[in-house]
Design a binder for this molecule. Sequence first.
Ligand SMILES: Cc1cc2nc3c(=O)[nH]c(=O)nc-3n(C[C@H](O)[C@H](O)[C@H](O)COP(=O)(O)O)c2cc1C
Length: 161
Amino acid sequence: MGKKSLVVYFSCGGTTELAGKELAGALKCDFHPLEAQETYTREDLDWKNPQSRSSVEMQDEKARPSYKKLPVDLKDYEQIFLGFPIWWGIEPRIIDHFIEQEDLKGKEVIPFATSGGSTIDKAQDRLEEKYGQGLTLLKGHRFNRNLERQEIEDWLQILSH
Ligand SMILES: Cc1cc2nc3c(=O)[nH]c(=O)nc-3n(C[C@H](O)[C@H](O)[C@H](O)COP(=O)(O)O)c2cc1C
């Protein structure tokens, strides 16, 4: 695509990390994890428990979990691929926080996600509604666990048109 790209991914169980690394491999670009300041434990991720940290955050539209500053300057990139697991049908609140905190104006932001089955559509709609004015948000893609390089190549091909 000829643009300087960066892949940033939030991943608690490694699936989104895997997708992010494959994507960065296909793009031959830099990648970095977006790490929560306070790592999510297994209990934190228990969606069956309404009191778990992830449940409490996802029930609170305003929750903005802190994250560790990335060791790169986003100014150096024109295109940010932003990966996350689908939580409760949408993007985890830490992703909202990242988009709100960082200066992404003038950049292309391209979401990608992994999930147990949910599509990325609801997250995509939310992100467009909340942040679509300030940044250029392209159509994202959801990968499943058995992602193949061809799926990435096909998506990148679509994006480049
Ligand atoms: C708190 C929580 C909520 C989740 N909610 C959904 C959901 O609504 N739909 C879905 O398909 N998968 C859901 N999942 C499954 C994850 O999206 C899926 O396992 C994802 O690939 C995990 O990515 P990771 O290994 O990078 O953390 C949820 C997982 C967690 C921990």
